[in-house]
Every structure is written in structure tokens, then in C-alpha cells.
Design a protein around this ligand. Structure first.
Ligand SMILES: Nc1nc2c(ncn2[C@@H]2O[C@H](COP(=O)(O)OP(=O)(O)OP(=O)(O)O)[C@@H](O)[C@H]2O)c(=O)[nH]1
Ligand SMILES: [Mg+2]
Length: 290
């Protein structure tokens, strides 16, 4: 009896689409290798900073660790992750992966909370982006950094500024309705970026928690209607083009390094690196134009 029951097929509320809604449609080691080769070709001449920002517990630190996992070829917990009520990350922390990547620094921040006075202080954002805040600064939810703070750089060097921001939000939160206060705060951060002309991408983490079919087989990612809807909704809420929104599963549950586990992470990484490098080139060429 047990055998026949366990063989019964499961009916899902949201069946997969017949055709994938995004390329690549084949997830294999050739596709993975092509992405790795593309990534290796993105070689900035000097250090480039990529900032991670987003709600508390979304998976910012986990995404950084996932990048190290891919670069090192084994599970990494480089950026410490957690699940407490308030932000696990309290310090501004830079991470420089090696092997696969060259010259890219990933900068982790405190999680945003819906209420004011707790979590990341949105007024710190512009100082981070412009390179005024030094590594290891302990965020203060009660007030923005003051210019007399020992971590405040009065005159940042070009190597201190941020060249791309990766917003990190849980796919489930987007799908089931992200609280308005998060939208308001993230909107405020985006206004700063627009003024500074800094590119951004959006990573929808924990896709495995939103879609059972993705949890069962990550290759279902681009055939999942729920994930597709989360991407569309995020695009509408945050005014980011869908092609810059990447659903991923961090190496937090399944620690097996496989091409299919890597592919969504690599797609997100490749675009963020490219945007960051393009920004650097844009600044260089602007210096030549009078
Ligand atoms: N299932 C699943 N869990 C994840 C994923 N990414 C992160 N997590 C878990 O979500 C929790 C929060 O992850 P963190 O990386 O600490 O999140 P964060 O955005 O850095 O959080 P704060 O530093 O607190 O703002 C941890 O328990 C992670 O293991 C994912 O893709 N899938
Ligand atoms: Mg964190």
C-alpha cells in the first residue's frame, strides 16, 4: 500500500509553464561553464565595490557566502548568516572573493526593518554609496553616522565608492505582499541611487521557500509561475526591469555544488559584476570628456 501511495503524483496548485519564461532553458555544465568564462572576462582595473542592501533576514549575507562557495568550490560561511528577529549583520563588512573573481568587493549591510529606529538607518545609505563609511563600522539604528565618527571618511577615494547595489529581498515576501514600509524605505534608497547614477540589480532569494517545485528541482526555476509572478511584481513595485531581477536559492539548505544550483546564482552575479564594471568605465570615460 505504501508503495502505490508514494508513487502517486502530486497535483500542484500552480503547474509549471510549458516553456520557460526565461533563458537558458537547458541547465547543464556547459551553460555553467559559459557563465563562469563570461564572469572571468569581467576584470576591472581597480577595486570595485558592490553593496548589498535589503530587508532583515532576506539573505544578503547568505548570497555573499554563496559567491564564496562558488569561487572556492566548497561550502563557505564567509559572511555570517542568522535567523534572529533583528538584523544578524550589524557591521559594515567587505568581502573580497578570490579564484574566480578579481577586484570585486562585496559589502554587507545591516538589514532594513519596516519601523524607524530599528535596523539599517536609511540616511546612512548615501554616505555608504559615496564611500564615506569605512569597513567595520557598526551601524546605529538610532541615528545616521555623524561626520565626527572615526569611521567617517571626509574625503573618500575613487576606490571607496559603490559601483553597483544589489537589492536582496525574499521571493516569498514579494509574492505574498511586502509591507508598505519596506517599499517606502527601499524607494528612498533608490532615489539616492538615481541621483548618483549608480546601477542596481535585485535578487529574489529563498525561491525554494516560495515554490515547492523549485525546492524539489531547482531546474524548475524558470518554469515556475509563482517565481515568474514574483519577478513581475518586484519589477512593478521597485521599477526595476525584469531582466535585472534574479530569483536564486542560496547555499543554505542544499550544500551540494552542482551546475544547476550554481546557474541562477551565476546569472545574478554576472549581471551585477557587469553593471559595476560598466559604471567604472563610465566614470573613466567621463573624465576624458570636457
Ligand atoms: N531556504 C533558504 N534559506 C535561505 C536562503 N537564503 C538565506 N536563507 C536563510 O535565511 C536566514 C537569513 O539569512 P541571512 O543571509 O542571514 O540574511 P540577511 O539578509 O543577511 O539578514 P540580516 O543580516 O539579519 O539583515 C538564514 O537562516 C539563512 O540560512 C535561501 O535561498 N533559501
Ligand atoms: Mg546579514
Amino acid at each position: 500500500m505504501g508503495t502505490s501511495e508514494s508513487k502517486q503524483s502530486v497535483t500542484y496548485e500552480y503547474p509549471l509553464t510549458d516553456k520557460p519564461w526565461r533563458e537558458p532553458s537547458n541547465w547543464n555544465s556547459q551553460v555553467e561553464q559559459a557563465l563562469i568564462e563570461d564572469i572571468k572576462k569581467i576584470k576591472p582595473k581597480s577595486l570595485v565595490n558592490i553593496l548589498l542592501s535589503g530587508p532583515v533576514g532576506a539573505g544578503k549575507s547568505s548570497f555573499i557566502s554563496a559567491i564564496f562557495t562558488i569561487c572556492d568550490g566548497e561550502k563557505s560561511t564567509r559572511a555570517k548568516t542568522g535567523g534572529s528577529g533583528s538584523s544578524y549583520t550589524v557591521k559594515y563588512s567587505g568581502y573580497l572573493p578570490e579564484n574566480l573573481l578579481e577586484n570585486f568587493v562585496f559589502r554587507d549591510t545591516m538589514g532594513i526593518e519596516p519601523s524607524d529606529g530599528i535596523g539599517f538607518h536609511v540616511d546612512d545609505f548615501i554616505y555608504l554609496v559615496k564611500g564615506h563609511i569605512a569597513n567595520n563600522y557598526t551601524f546605529n539604528p538610532a541615528s545616521k553616522i555623524t561626520t565626527d565618527n572615526k569611521s567617517f571618511r571626509k574625503e573618500p577615494e575613487p576606490m571607496d565608492v559603490i559601483s553597483c547595489v544589489i537589492f536582496v529581498i525574499s521571493a516569498k515576501d514579494i509574492y505574498y505582499g511586502i509591507p508598505y514600509d519596506f517599499i517606502r524605505k527601499i524607494g528612498q534608497l533608490q532615489d539616492n541611487l538615481r541621483l548618483e547614477d549608480i546601477p542596481r540589480t535585485l535578487i529574489l532569494t529563498q525561491a525554494d521557500r516560495l515554490c515547492d517545485q523549485v525546492r524539489e528541482n531547482i531546474k524548475n526555476m524558470f518554469r515556475s509561475k509563482k517565481i515568474e509572478k514574483a519577478v513581475r511584481t518586484a519589477s512593478e513595485i521597485f521599477h526595476i526591469d525584469q531582466a535585472s531581477i534574479h530569483p536564486v536559492v542560496n547555499y543554505e539548505v542544499d550544500y551540494t555544488l552542482t551546475p544547476e544550483n550554481n546557474i541562477p546564482l551565476l546569472l545574478a552575479l554576472k549581471q551585477s559584476l557587469k553593471y559595476a564594471n560598466d559604471r567604472l568605465k563610465q566614470i573613466e570615460s567621463a573624465k576624458k570628456i570636457r
